[in-house]
Design a protein around this ligand. Structure first.
Ligand SMILES: Nc1ncnc2c1ncn2[C@@H]1O[C@H](COP(=O)(O)OP(=O)(O)OP(=O)(O)O)[C@@H](O)[C@H]1O
Length: 219
């Protein structure tokens, strides 16, 4: 589904990675691992077209993303490590906003989504007054309505309780089972079918000032 070729990323004169190649096929989850500062977020932002690499190319379903950026963005959903919700709007208004601006399945109403992610009863409260976990749930509700094939998720489990983590992993499994793909970072252990999950390790250590030239792919 997505292929990255020869990516290079330099931040503040520091080489985070180079010659980085990855592919992800329908039904696969790619977990990007590495210590703090290794470049996981930087990589995800490149894959989501939010940052430009110093070198390299992205191909989506065999075509260069640079040739049809809009087409790629219509098939990709990125959720960053911050919830990215509108603080002054209620959770319900946030979900209605998402439904207007991004491709969605029409199976569930905003209200049904809100109930699904455990926020019934909080629909009238400005999102900025919700707890960190409730704000995360509001942002993640998009995963129950998005028709995007590829999800790129930066630390999606942050602030979620056990039930939230389990519900999200169930949603991941559904997405993979219907031919979707997921690229994500998490410091948590995933409880998912091992054959669907591959890991990509960015190999820089906190102690090392030297850049790492290649990444190790762990099966
Ligand atoms: N906009 C930026 N300008 C300059 N340097 C940046 C920028 N964004 C990130 N960096 C640097 O790039 C390096 C990698 O950051 P990044 O957020 O990609 O790491 P990470 O692996 O996601 O870390 P963490 O596990 O802590 O989230 C860090 O040293 C960071 O300071």
């Amino acid at each position: 589904m997505l292929e990255a070729r020869d990516l290079c990323c330099i931040r503040d004169d520091r080489l985070l990675f180079q010659s980085l190649n990855l592919t992800i096929a329908p039904g696969e989850l790619l977990q990007v691992e590495g210590p703090n500062g290794a470049g996981k977020t930087s990589l995800l932002r490149i894959l989501a077209c939010l940052a430009t690499p110093q070198a390299g190319q992205l191909l989506f379903e065999g075509s260069l993303v640079s040739d049809d950026r809009e087409g790629y963005l219509a098939n990709m959903l990125y959720l960053g490590h911050k919830p990215g919700i509108k603080q002054e709007l209620t959770p319900l208004e946030n979900l209605e906003f998402y439904q207007r601006v991004s491709p969605v399945t029409d199976q569930l109403s905003a209200w049904e989504l809100l109930t699904l992610v455990g926020l019934a009863g909080y629909e009238d409260m400005p999102a900025g007054k919700l707890s960190a976990g409730q704000q995360r749930r509001t942002a993640l509700a998009r995963l129950w309505q998005s028709s995007a094939k590829l999800w790129i998720l930066d630390e999606p489990f942050t602030s979620l309780d056990k039930q939230g983590v389990a519900g999200l992993q169930k949603r991941f499994a559904e997405h993979l089972a219907t031919g979707g793909a997921i690229i994500m970072t998490t410091h948590q252990e995933l409880q998912m079918e091992a054959e669907n999950v591959r890991r990509l390790r960015l190999g820089q250590t906190l102690a090392s000032a030297e850049p790492v030239e290649a990444v190790e792919v762990v099966a």
